[in-house]
Design a protein around this ligand. Structure first.
Ligand code: GLC
Length: 602
């Protein structure tokens, strides 16, 4: 089930604990890549695609790479990543084939929520560098054909932001109505103020925080240090849109809007219905009908889109949109009007969290057929969820399973969003002792909720000190034990590595016309274990993709007759199954357990 809000995935305790156990056993097993575990076949150079025609926006075929700046590359030895560090690593990102970086917040922040609590929207946090470093990074990235996408948090600010400091000072100041302030419902017998309603924070406890100065509560969807802005006040929209313009003027290619479905709350403050039971923080499970995905947000999105469209260069608006269906997602595009976000994230495919060919097929088909021709954006990993390696892996076949996920991400028609380290098979390294936890929800929720540190550990570059991430004696989060084998340098040298697999897929997607821009048609649609489809475009050979989601060999029936393709053989482009590394007769094709196969129809 897709979580109702961004932070829900890691509160689904049984799954989390289960996979954490699997991850532990996997680490112990540390399966070395064998030469025969992947057979890579060179990309067909003669099928090179030229740059997209002028009318196709760049983001439509893009690979977007999320960087958590604290954890990518430390250039000054303080144990924390920074912008100059990212600049140093642009050659690597270019060689991987990415088109854009989405950087998690790097603005000044008290770092309660590691940057998602912003105290100044128009500067860079000194931990990460300066605006001059930022400008140099953007310029260098451009030379590497890489665009920069900023994270933009519009739902809330830090409680240290001057807007909130002023707002909290009195009920009459000019910003008094910039946040969601309400009188108490009453007082207890011993004089304690009672919150206005039953709403809970996604990060634990009541969503209402008492302010002794104002003698009122303010609302916070997330930590109490993250007060929600009042989007019913037009001045708030104006101020936020000004910050959006500030970065667009500086040349960024777009934004990823954080927690964007939670901008509005029910004006009447109705209690949310209880669903029964408690969550990882010990709070009652509530429906979120009055705090999440309220219809008012779409007017804001349309106005925001107008701002982006007033700039040249196809600036892109991406949304963090955990929603339950393609129909819900479609509203975030503006449906057939195409006038809201260009790329609200589809979390249905990537956060299915089980290797289930039939459900993948349904959800990919939904993304093709139920969003009015808008462009899907698939994502399997981010800084809020246990890594896909552990969510999908069974502890034994994680390498092959990771190849399946990458194959789906890069060979469907979707724009691809990936997270640093995903290309290496970095594992979730959840702290084992409460005193080591950095993410506050892992402290308040311990041991049911251990927080998000595990998916935020430093990038593993090589097998030197600190995995090449830093020279500090202590990095902000520890380097996972497996860095000596799971790292960029080692994997670059190994033709069978997961990193090389990613590079091959990304190159094929760019160069092969059918994979680049072709339609997608599902094949053998009732096959419960093998997900298979063909990408096809006039004038170029079609490409068949098949992944076996089961632990046993399975046969898939590949008939292209309904597409008017009469070919009888396919030439393998990429596979991790040695027995498929040859010309294959179409019809019934048998894939070994967890095999991935991509082939050009002859
Ligand atoms: C989003 C971010 C998450 C953050 C939350 C509050 O879900 O991805 O990291 O904690 O919003 O800003």
């Amino acid at each position: 089930m897709v979580p109702r809000r961004s932070f829900r995935p890691f509160s689904a305790m049984p799954g989390r604990l289960f996979s954490a156990l699997l991850a532990g056993s996997l680490l112990a097993a540390a399966p070395a890549l064998t030469a025969q575990s992947a057979r890579l076949v060179a990309v067909d150079q003669h099928l090179m695609v030229n740059a997209d025609s002028g009318s196709t926006p760049w983001w439509k075929h893009a690979v977007i790479y999320e960087i958590y700046p604290r954890s990518f590359q430390d250039s000054n030895g303080d144990g924390i990543g920074d912008l100059n560090g990212i600049t140093q690593r642009l050659d690597y990102l270019q060689s991987l084939g990415i088109d854009a970086i989405w950087i998690s917040p790097c603005y000044p922040s008290p770092q309660v929520d590691f940057g998602y609590d912003i105290s100044d929207y128009e500067k860079i946090d000194p931990q990460y560098g300066t605006l001059a470093d930022f400008d140099r990074w953007v310029a260098e990235a451009k030379k590497h054909n890489i665009r920069i996408i900023m994270d933009m948090v519009m739902n809330h600010t830090s409680d240290k932001h001057p807007w909130f400091v002023q707002s909290a000072a009195s009920r009459t100041n000019p910003k008094a109505d910039w946040y969601v302030w309400r009188d108490p419902k009453g007082y207890t017998a011993d004089g304690k103020p009672i919150p206005p309603n039953n709403w809970i924070s996604g990060f634990g406890g009541s969503a209402w925080q008492w302010s002794p100065e104002r003698k009122q509560f303010y609302y916070h969807e997330f930590y109490r240090q993250q007060p929600d802005l009042n989007w019913r006040n037009p001045e708030v929209e104006k101020a936020m849109f000004d910050t959006v313009r500030f970065w667009l003027d500086r040349g960024v290619a777009g934004f990823r809007f954080d927690a964007i479905p939670t901008l509005f709350e029910d004006e009447a403050l109705r209690d949310e219905p209880a669903l029964g039971g408690t969550n990882a923080q010990g709070d009652p499970n509530l429906s979120d009908i009055y705090t999440n995905n309220l219809p008012e947000v779409h007017d804001v999105m349309r106005r925001l889109r107008k701002v982006a469209d007033s700039y040249p260069g196809d600036r892109v608006l991406i949304g963090e949109t955990y929603l339950n269906s393609a129909a819900d997602l479609n509203k975030w595009y503006g449906g057939a009007h195409h006038d809201e976000l260009q790329l609200p994230m589809d979390m249905q495919v990537g956060f299915l969290n089980r290797l289930d060919a039939a459900t993948f097929r349904t959800r990919i088909t939904d993304a093709e057929t139920k969003i009015d021709g808008n462009q899907p954006l698939f994502v399997f990993d981010n800084h809020d969820n246990r890594r896909s390696w552990d969510r999908y892996g069974d502890g034994i076949h994680n390498q092959q399973i990771a190849r399946i996920l990458a194959t789906l991400l890069f060979t469907t028609r979707s724009t691809a969003l990936m997270y640093y380290g995903e290309e290496l098979g970095m594992v979730t390294s959840t702290p084992t002792r409460k005193q080591d936890v950095k993410d506050p929800i892992g402290i308040t929720g311990w041991p049911r909720e251990k927080g998000r540190d595990g998916e935020r550990t430093p990038m593993q570059w090589d097998n030197s000190k600190d995995a090449g991430f830093s020279t500090a004696d202590k990095t902000w989060l520890p380097i996972p034990d497996n860095y000596t084998t799971v790292n960029v340098k080692t994997e670059q040298a190994d033709p069978a590595s997961l990193l090389r697999w990613h590079g091959q897929l990304i190159a094929m997607r760019r160069q092969n016309p059918a994979l680049h821009d072709g339609e997608i048609t599902m094949l053998d649609e009732n096959n419960p274990d093998v997900l298979a489809y063909v990408r096809h475009t006039p004038g170029s050979p079609a490409v068949v993709v098949a992944v076996n989601c089961s632990g046993e060999a399975r046969t898939v029936h590949l008939s292209l007759a309904s597409l008017g393709i009469s070919a009888s053989t396919a030439k393998t482009l990429l596979t991790d199954a040695p027995e498929l590394d040859k010309a294959i007769s179409l019809g019934d094709v048998t894939l070994p357990a967890y095999a991935s196969w991509v082939a050009s129809v002859q």
